[in-house]
Design a protein around this ligand. Structure first.
Ligand code: SF4
Length: 454
């Protein structure tokens, strides 16, 4: 199997909610297609009269509630996830007659709401979340790309050339190989991640830690915004935000243990509520599961007195788990259900807690394994197609399970753990592939049909 070459920056992307596969990925696809059209020969580009986007699979089934149409339009209009103004998408396509112009200097190409087409839910493309973007001229299509949104904001397009990357300093494709490296080279887990980040992506240790700091700062900002923002979330469910109330109640808790749990919940739900509102979050590893890791980061810095450098190193251990799941299974709810989103986030958070507390790789692996094992089979059935029910509370459950997995992993002889992380990732992937499509971000089963609010 090929070695893992994913970067920290690829896994943890900054962008608007509510969904990495349905918002950030399509926006990146739209932006890529704009650049593709800009690079056409002028004689060809000048013939373009319209651009049409076809959404397939769960992008079609739940793209309306996830804001996929506005996200891909924002990309076509020149915006990128990290820099798009918060209110831009809120105000885009307010009416069916709304018309925007693609930022092309030599040709006038309008973009209207009905240029984004919610196409077939069932299809035969290799990835569930597929979108095809076409530039039309009077006499036919002059440019076309088929994009796959693979979860976590990762996109690729059909026929895309392989990126030019360096070779990893320490190649591994699964946890077993990674542990062999750690033992044979007598290295620590975060050192391997840093060395590969340098070899594959040309980033020094200082640059990687600066990126980690920036990502953690965006996470912390999202926690604090979520804790102070009251009100009702967008969409037809009319769901009330809960994080500020949880924070207030935590101050009245009768037991210190209750207070700690309430704060973990408040941090995770605050970020998930910000995501549901379409505000800036970090994919960790996805937008739907973006509250779990920030809750752990915030708790370690503010409640558990863990130093910033230990948190940074724990962050790299979390990244290693995310890389392993993405490489050997999937982090997309549309591919494997919510076990790939909240399950992976909880597994990463459990690894982070263990490593930042000073435990070495075996306890770290065991914590990640326990957290993932107890999310196996978790389905994805967002009510109304919104990333709200069950997603917001699921982030809180994911962080509490992560903490419990960390505690359990620190008991007894860590080498006596019966199930290893590779096996659980394999089972998660297989379970996801066997899962009925109704439970993979289509809103066609589960809670979404028992309580159809919209
Ligand atoms: S149920 Fe889970 S996988 Fe599905 S949208 Fe919500 S957070 Fe994502």
């Amino acid at each position: 199997m090929t070695a893992i070459c994913t970067s920290i920056l690829d896994l943890f992307k900054i962008g608007p909610g509510p969904s990495s596969s349905h918002t950030i990925g399509p926006m990146k696809a739209g932006r890529d297609f704009l650049d593709f059209v800009r690079e056409l020969p002028p004689s060809k580009r000048s013939t373009v009269t319209s651009v049409k986007v076809h959404l397939y699979g769960s992008l079609s089934a739940t793209g309306d509630g996830h804001g996929t149409d506005k996200a891909v339009a924002a990309g076509l209009l020149g915006y990128a996830p990290e820099t798009v103004p918060q209110d831009f998408m809120e105000n885009l396509f307010e009416s069916p007659a709304d018309e925007q112009l693609l930022p092309l200097q030599d040709v006038r190409v309008p973009l209207r709401p009905d240029d984004i087409i919610f196409d077939e839910v069932s299809h035969s493309f290799p990835y569930n979340n597929t979108l095809i973007i076409k530039a039309h001229a009077q006499d036919g299509v002059v440019a076309e790309r088929t994009y796959y949104s693979q979860g976590g904001g990762f996109i690729s397009y059909e026929g895309e050339p392989e990126p030019e990357l360096g070779d990893p300093a320490y190649p591994y494709s699964n946890m077993h190989e990674l542990k062999d490296i750690l033992r044979e080279k007598d290295m620590r887990l975060h050192e391997v991640i840093l060395a590969n980040e340098a070899a594959v992506h040309g980033r020094s240790t200082e640059q990687t830690f600066a990126h980690v700091d920036h990502i953690m700062d965006v996470m912390i900002d999202a926690v604090e915004r979520g804790l102070r923002t009251e009100g009702v979330l967008p969409g037809c469910i009319g769901l009330q935000r809960k994080a500020p109330e949880l924070l207030r109640r935590s101050g009245l808790a009768r037991h210190e243990q209750d207070r700690f749990l309430m704060l973990l919940n408040a941090y995770a739900m605050g970020v998930a509520e910000e995501n549901a509102a379409g505000h800036k979050v970090v994919t960790a590893p996805t937008s739907g599961s973006c509250g779990v890791i920030p809750s752990v980061v915030y708790a370690m810095l503010n409640l558990l007195d863990i130093g910033r450098q230990s948190v940074r190193e724990g962050f790299l251990a979390a990244a290693a788990v995310g890389f392993l799941v993405k490489h050997n299974a999937s982090i997309a709810g549309a591919e494997v259900g919510c076990q790939g989103e909240i399950g992976t986030a909880s597994s990463m958070a459990a690894a982070m807690l263990s490593y930042a507390h000073g435990y070495r790789f075996q306890v770290t692996e065991n914590a990640a394994e326990i957290a993932l094992e107890h999310h196996l089979g978790l389905t994805c059935d967002p009510v109304g197609g919104y990333v709200q029910i069950p997603c917001i509370e699921r982030n809180a459950m994911g962080v509490v399970k992560a903490y419990n997995a960390y505690l359990m992993a620190t008991l007894g002889n860590p080498s006596a753990q019966v199930i290893d992380l590779d096996k659980t990732i394999w089972v998660m992937n297989q379970t996801g592939r066997d899962m009925n499509a109704k439970y993979k971000e289509t809103s066609l089963g589960g809670l979404a049909v028992r309580m159809p609010r919209c």
